[in-house]
Design a protein around this ligand. Structure first.
Ligand code: ADP
Ligand code: MG
Length: 334
């Protein structure tokens, strides 16, 4: 790869569509470092996500969709902090130079970069002996000092909210792997696949929740495990109403009710925001998000009593989701 490394960077990554100019970037791709202009009064938010072939995405993944997804899952961490994107860097390990793959992947990255005002400013590239494509992205964002949405601010009595719908991405992965959805319409299969590959950017939601939310996290591993991170960091518990979980019509058509709940609670990859806010701010939260066309649902309440209690029709349910393995229980049911 060494001989054409610079050619690849120039052709696919240092293109105006992806490495576009931005007020905060003084110098982009091409020198030993990129140079940023930090704004006074701002904190720099940084996050990195690593995606490995066969572990995080199937080998046959469409490179354009994979490019979009790679940047979107990183931007999701900025959204969860209430940060505004500034730029990103890209590390790539490639088993071979595949022009079609590079073209599709960089085009997917560019589409998301442009839509979120987040240009590519640098990176590194290498061949690999291991044979698996590895994509490493680091995003940088900014948030006014002291205003970041952290995990440790939830208080007893706060309400728990989520954006969008839950479980679609896990169902989409099931469709992709041929495990479910054979009887679904083409449009519904497409909707679930899209949810897996192209999670919504919730950057706008994060910005609007500054000053309103008391704690926030993005849902990458599933509500059951991600909400626990908020509860543990804040030293509180929660009661969550299973019937309040927002489910898409595609998910409801794809699997039976019980499995819909399983996917919504423990399916990963939704990249929606889960946040808490004082009940006095419920209306302000709903207005701030719905005015911007962002769906939001109140799903429960923070308690002083530690632990996560799932409720149905006002009573606790005994089902536990930790350690739940997708589809294992469902096969016997269907
Ligand atoms: P160095 O050897 O000094 O680390 P490189 O020769 O690896 O620099 O890279 C040259 C320039 O190209 C640098 O500005 C680097 O940030 C950029 N670059 C390298 N790989 C990528 C990539 N995959 N995407 C974007 N920029 C890249
Ligand atoms: Mg280098």
């Amino acid at each position: 790869m060494a001989s054409d490394e610079f050619d690849i960077i120039r052709r696919y990554f240092n293109a105006g569509t992806l490495a576009f100019p931005s007020a905060e970037v003084a110098l982009g791709i091409g020198d030993d470092c990129a140079l940023l202009r930090p704004q006074s009064g701002m904190e720099l938010a940084m996050s990195m996500d690593l995606l490995q072939e066969s572990v995080h995405f199937p080998s046959a993944a469409d490179p354009f969709l994979l490019g979009k997804r790679s940047l979107l899952v990183n931007l999701s961490d900025l959204a969860a902090m209430g940060a505004r994107p500034l730029c990103f860097t890209l590390g790539l390990c490639l088993p071979r130079v595949d022009a079609d793959w590079l073209e599709g992947f960089s085009r997917g990255l560019a589409e998301v970069a442009r839509a979120n005002g987040c240009p590519l400013v640098g990176g590194d590239m290498s061949g690999t002996q291991a044979g698996a494509t590895t994509i490493c992205i680091q995003v940088q964002g900014e948030v006014p000092a002291g205003q970041a949405l952290r995990r440790d601010g939830a208080k007893p009595g706060d309400l728990v909210f989520v954006t969008g719908t839950l479980g679609d991405a896990a169902a989409g992965l099931g469709v992709l792997q041929g495990r479910l959805g054979e009887s679904l319409s083409a449009a519904r299969r497409e909707a679930l696949l899209e949810a897996f590959y192209v999670p919504e950017s919730r950057i706008g939601a994060g910005l609007r929740l500054r000053g309103l939310a008391s704690a926030c996290i993005d849902l990458s591993d599933g509500l059951a495990s991600d909400l626990l991170h908020v509860l543990n960091a804040s030293g509180v518990g929660a009661q969550i109403d299973l019937q309040a979980l927002p489910l898409s019509s595609a998910l409801q058509a794809a699997v039976p009710t019980r499995e819909q709940q399983d996917l919504a609670v423990s399916g990963g990859d939704d990249y929606e925001l889960c946040f808490t806010a004082p009940s006095a701010r419920q209306q302000a939260v709903q207005e701030a998000l719905t005015d911007a066309g962002i769906p939001v649902s109140c799903i429960g309440r923070i308690t002083a009593q530690k632990g996560l209690v799932w409720q149905q029709s006002g009573s606790p349910v005994s089902r536990q989701w930790q350690g739940y393995r997708h589809f294992v229980a469902a096969e016997g049911e269907r």
